[in-house]
Design a protein around this ligand. Sequence first.
Ligand code: GLV
Ligand code: MN
Ligand code: MN
Length: 414
Amino acid sequence: MKINLEKVISYINELYQCGARGDGTHSRVAYSKEDIKGRETFMGYFMALGLQPRVDEAGNIIIRMEGKDSSLPAIVMGSHLDTVPDGGRYDGVLGCVGGLCVCETLLENGYQLSHPIEVIVFTDEEGFRFGNGLLGSSAICGVNPMISEDDIDMYGETRSEVMKAYGINVSAVHKAKWKKDSVHCFLELHIEQGASLYKKGTSIGIVSSIAGVSRYEVVIHGEANHSGSTVMSDRKDALVAAADFISQVPRIVAEYGNEFTVATVGTIKVSPNSVNVVPGMCTFNLEIRDQEDEIISLIESKLIEYLKSVCEGAVNSYDFRKISYHEPAPMSSWVKGEIESVVKDLEFDYEIVPSGAFHDSLVMTERFKTGMIFVPSVKGISHSRDEFTHEKDIEKGCQVLLNTVLEIDKKIIN
Ligand code: GLV
Ligand code: MN
Ligand code: MN
């Protein structure tokens, strides 16, 4: 059975339009009207195949295709449709479309698996608006998503308002949890988002493990004052303190981390944000990632130590609050082995690679047998409008996904 590349590409391009803007950018951030449009478009593809999607208490979209034995656990595939602002065409979309393409190919060939298939679109993987993503997968796995009705997003709206408008009741999110024995395995096809496959010219990556990620909100409290009449020695400038701290993040990572350790400050807000006022308050998000838990903790403690030294005497105080944490996670060795034997049978070149980006698989692997298939990102660029993956690699990735499903269907585990 061969997947239909033309259809896969047309789905990807059509979903891209649900978020494409006249200025050449593309954004489908979680809970936006573009996100809703993308979800509806995606559900429409399944309805055209005669499959009815359902939406669970966490907003995850789930489509089930029955197998010969509906009492067997499901083979689950999927990813996310939300993007970062000005994001790319493939991140998340490929895994959702990959699941769709597997269902469509099986239906077109009149082939029914023994196991049921479920395709899932997870809610708010990226975490752009509230800072802590992986919401839908956390709910499915019964992992605390660290959310509260009163969380405030970057536009000043509360989580309860935002999610209610999207059809989610924050207090009911935990009800989306799945039973452990309801899943045969979970498979996520994704672009690599790094450059290791691209640099080697390899088409397929089999993910060994996903880096852990810890996110924080840091607030520096200085003193707002007149920029013309406050002499330099009298200032408590929150932005200057923040700038000093941020500029040293790379040094601290280089000193205490390893080749996989990364730390980023990706947002910043200055208050009152006026050209003639010494900044009174500065708020930013910090993120630390690594393949080892201990390294994340070490970098966290070194950064707090440095923040403390920067703030002492220079400003009034600071707050350092963890807003989400996911420990590094290995993929299932059984699923990895199944993918590897499929790739070998297909005679595709492949590498075993760690993932620096996180994915819903990071959470899913805590509860279900999980594996990820990567395809190369040209020049390793992602979370950018320049994200690109060649069609020949997309075709191979989808084919590996389909063949893995067919192989795994033959296995009864647990
Ligand atoms: C998700 O794409 C992440 O790694 O931030
Ligand atoms: Mn992403
Ligand atoms: Mn992604």
